[in-house]
Design a protein around this ligand. Structure first.
Ligand code: VG1
Ligand code: CO
Length: 546
């Protein structure tokens, strides 16, 4: 075995987005493309003096190119003096499992291979992300340092060793490095068993409670099967589409009512089980579904927060709640009622890390079907589903009853996101620039029954390290708390995706049964009036409405 130094030249566009570097598989397959990015990670870690002899965690969501990328990264890790790499069997680790293993094994960090909810397969997307020693996504100062290295590097180092067998657990040597192939599920399952009342959930299933968990042919299947069917005794067949496939069965592994259509059809029909749930490509998102009711992720965060103490892991109460800026303010009302702080961060889980590390927040959530807690430093799909199971077991109430009760107590935040996907990037940027130019003049203006209280481009100052993130989304906030938010996605791989977020609060229980789009129609019209989004994007309608 020899360690080679291979000459290379930079690729443009290797700046990590909301959650790592995501590109088409074909872009990643260019010679040197993956290697350059991985070299930049090692150069960044080297500059911090951190790599030699240390442990890294490595795994991915099993999508096409996962295995090939793992072999390359292992050979590069060996060439950079890494002491040990813990890799999930078959190259499989969900994003929350990587976070769990980094923390449990006190690793230096980890590399997650995923493009999450983006489609997979040879024509689909691939992605890579570095997580730090707290188990969470690297903060901006590290991702920017990685990007800077990608633009200047001239070579990368790699061992010429043979591929490692990833299909058996156990230890293998690669140069001077140990490769330990670990069970993908066990550390994570053990963590879950410590947070939730597994006895109560087991008893719930024994009483005949029925559920469907749709793994969407992605990575959460093995976790859900082992925990929900294995440890909690749900009948075989409760978890469907449980085997991770390289192309996710040709589907779009995003757990929302549009992409998890099969689950929604079941929950809307005569044979609906008591509870439905789904998770995304890399297992960090979740959708909670009752009969004829898909729970809004913003509501799910608020409901979890309001009921946190039913779960043993949160019995002592929560310290605070953090939500991303576009996420509805339902959680803010719960925080106020509990007398705890509520933090508003930019989109992306990396902004929650400092708040969780400092003990300022216990629960975090995003409108994009992501919820999680201080137990790891990623959002966590199976965790959210287990929380809901624990809540149902503890209260004896259905999903629908829990949601209705919550609205009756706190009011309802009608909420929707309209995505305009694969829009011409120049047109999308021009739309955002024009909108930013108008912001100063908007405050005080009235639109129908709404009066603008504040219009700005969101800037976040991290309360822990004072780092500042600018241009995080345009928000137009009305005097009654209703909001219109517009931002460009940082995870897409084709043109630009414009996201329009809409929120309106309704206190009156008699008006909690409206259709969401109807309830938001006045705000949808104002958003178009102010941004000319449809016209600029050249679209009649959004591509996805959730
Ligand atoms: C989207 C979501 C964001 C989420 C991110 C990663 O980002 O809006 O809330 O954190 O995906 O989720 P963007 O920039 O496209 O809006 V995942 O499940 O891809 O790790
Ligand atoms: Co994901």
């Amino acid at each position: 075995m020899t360690i080679l130094t291979i000459a290379t030249t930079p690729f443009a566009g290797q700046r990590p987005g909301t959650s790592g570097l995501r590109k088409k598989v074909t872009e990643f397959q260019q010679p040197g493309y993956l290697e350059n990015f991985v070299e930049a990670i090692f150069l960044t870690l080297d500059a911090l003096g951190e790599v030699q002899g240390r442990t890294l965690v490595l795994g991915g969501d099993g999508r096409y190119f996962n295995r090939a990328a793992i072999q390359t990264i292992l050979r590069m890790a060996a060439a950079h003096g890494v002491g040990r790499v813990l890799v999930g069997r078959g190259g499989i680790l969900s994003t929350p499992a990587v976070s769990c293993v980094i923390r449990k094994r006190a690793a230096l960090g980890g590399i997650v291979l995923s493009a999450s909810h983006n489609p997979g397969g040879p024509d689909g997307d691939f992605g890579i992300k570095y997580n730090i020693d707290n188990g969470g996504p690297a903060p901006e100062k590290i991702t920017e340092a990685i990007y800077a290295h990608t633009q200047t590097l001239t070579s990368y180092r790699i061992s010429d060793a043979d591929p490692v067998d990833l299909d058996q657990t156990g230890s293998i040597r690669l140069e001077d490095m140990e490769v330990e192939v670990i069970d993908s599920v066990s550390d994570y399952a053990e963590l879950m068993a410590g947070l939730f009342d597994f006895d109560a959930i087991r008893a719930l299933f024994q009483r005949g409670f029925t559920m469907r968990f749709d793994g969407m042919h992605a990575v959460s299947g093995p976790y859900a099967k082992a925990i929900i069917e294995g440890m909690l005794g749900a009948p075989a067949g409760t978890v469907v589409n449980a085997e991770p496939l390289e192309d996710f069965g040709g589907h779009h592994p995003d757990p929302n009512p549009v992409n998890a259509a099969e689950l929604i059809a079941l929950m809307d029909g005569p044979n609906a089980p008591d509870f439905g749930a789904a998770s995304d490509g890399d297992g960090d998102r979740n959708m909670i579904v009752g009969r004829k009711l898909a729970v809004s992720p913003s509501d799910s965060l608020a409901i979890i927060a309001a009921n946190a103490t039913v779960a043993p892991g949160y019995r002592g109460g929560i310290k605070g709640i953090a939500r991303s800026m576009p996420t509805s303010q339902a959680a803010d009302r719960v925080a106020a009622a509990l007398g705890v702080s509520c933090f508003e961060t930019p989109t992306g889980w990396k902004y929650f890390g400092n708040l969780l590390d400092a003990g300022l927040a216990t629960l975090c959530g995003e409108e994009s079907y992501g919820t999680g807690s201080m137990h790891i430093r990623e959002k966590d799909g199976v965790w959210a589903v287990l929380f809901w199971l624990n809540l149902i077991a503890a209260t004896g109430k259905s999903v629908n009853e829990l949601v209705q009760d919550h609205w009756a107590r706190f009011g309802r935040n009608y909420y929707s996101r309209h995505d305009y996907e694969a829009v011409d990037a120049a047109a999308a940027n021009a739309m955002m620039d024009a909108l930013r130019g108008k912001l100063a003049g908007l405050a005080g203006q009235t639109f129908g029954g709404f009066r603008v209280e504040l219009a700005d481009d969101f800037t976040y100052t991290d309360p822990v390290d004072q780092s500042v993130s600018t241009r995080q989304g345009v928000r137009i906030i009305m005097t009654d708390g209703s909001r219109i938010v517009l931002r460009l996605s940082g995870t897409g791989t084709e043109g630009a995706t414009v996201r329009l977020y809409l929120e309106r609060y309704e206190a009156d229980p008699a008006r909690h049964g409206l259709d969401t789009q109807d309830a938001l129609a006045p705000l949808i019209a104002i958003a178009e009036q102010v941004s000319a989004l449809k016209q600029r994007a050249g679209r009649e309608e959004p591509s996805v409405v959730t």
